[in-house]
Design a protein around this ligand. Structure first.
Ligand code: KIV
Ligand code: NA
Length: 267
């Protein structure tokens, strides 16, 4: 793992050049992202964008490990962070350690991410003191969608803002090396970034954060509906449709395969 960028190296980028990151889930996209990003997140968003699930709550450890292995295998430079899925870490510090240790041992990734603030601080300290770099995730935490009542932006009243700041401060003090801040009102992202000594990685959280992340399928135009905070940098979905349309037409008119795509007998 040390030939790659490390969690301490990401930690040291606080307040400097913006940290660039994207999710990736497989050996087709990860090597394209690898040389251009500081870290790659194998996010549990893969349940929704790669497996058609309604939320990330259905994702399990085996699925995260399968995708984590594909991404580690196909990259050489970026730090690879793998999400701990819902149900794999919340019960106890010991449960979190055995899940995280399995993810690290079976994928070769350099860090894990988990959702939660004050409630997860003890767990983060437990993992960090036992050799597991932890990225935290506060604000809109998708694994809590059933408590939040939907994928809604957070921090619209002062009490909610105080709670989210307390969450970010707690995970930073517990030893997280960075914290994802998702789907919060812009002034809150700036306040959190000023209040913690670790990098904030924003998604739907304004340019005040120390870095940014997006779900790669969203920014490439591979997902039909995207949240307000997504900017589409590509139209890969349309490119795929055009290619499949051309292929289907040529097969139906027998113009593919052409002679150059066929084998001639040697004797
Ligand atoms: O699962 C995911 O893709 C994430 C990022 C959006 C931060 O957690
Ligand atoms: Na996630």
């Amino acid at each position: 793992p040390l030939r790659r960028r490390t969690a301490p190296a990401i930690r040291a980028m606080k307040g400097g050049q913006p940290i660039v990151s994207l999710t990736a889930y497989n050996a087709a996209f990860a090597p394209l992202v690898d040389p251009l990003c500081d870290f790659i997140l194998v996010g549990d968003s893969l349940g929704m964008v790669e497996h058609g699930m309604e939320s990330t709550v259905e994702v399990d450890l085996d699925l995260m490990i399968a995708h984590g292995r594909a991404v580690v295998r196909s990259t050489t430079e970026a730090l690879i962070v793998v999400d701990l899925p819902f149900g794999a870490y919340e019960a106890s510090r010991e449960q979190a350690f055995s899940s995280a240790a399995r993810v690290m041992a079976e994928t070769g990734c350099g860090a894990v991410k988990l959702e939660g603030g004050v409630a997860m601080a003890e767990t983060i300290a437990f993992l960090a003191s036992r050799g597991i770099p932890v990225m935290a995730h506060v604000g809109l935490t998708p694994q809590a969608v059933n408590m939040l009542g939907g994928f809604k932006s957070q921090g619209h009243d002062e009490a909610a803002r105080r709670k989210i700041v307390a969450d970010a401060v707690a995970v930073a003090e517990a030893g997280a090396f960075a914290v994802v801040v998702e789907g919060v009102v812009a002034p809150l992202a700036a306040e959190i970034t000023g209040a913690v000594a670790i990098p904030t990685i924003g998604i739907g959280a304004s340019s005040a954060c120390d870095g940014q992340i997006l779900v790669i399928n969203d920014m490439l135009g591979l997902t039909p509906r995207v949240p307000k905070f997504v900017k589409r940098y590509g139209a890969i979905g349309e490119a795929v449709s055009e290619a499949v349309k051309a292929y289907a037409a040529e097969v139906r008119q027998r113009s593919f395969p052409a002679e150059e795509h066929t084998y001639k007998p040697r004797g």
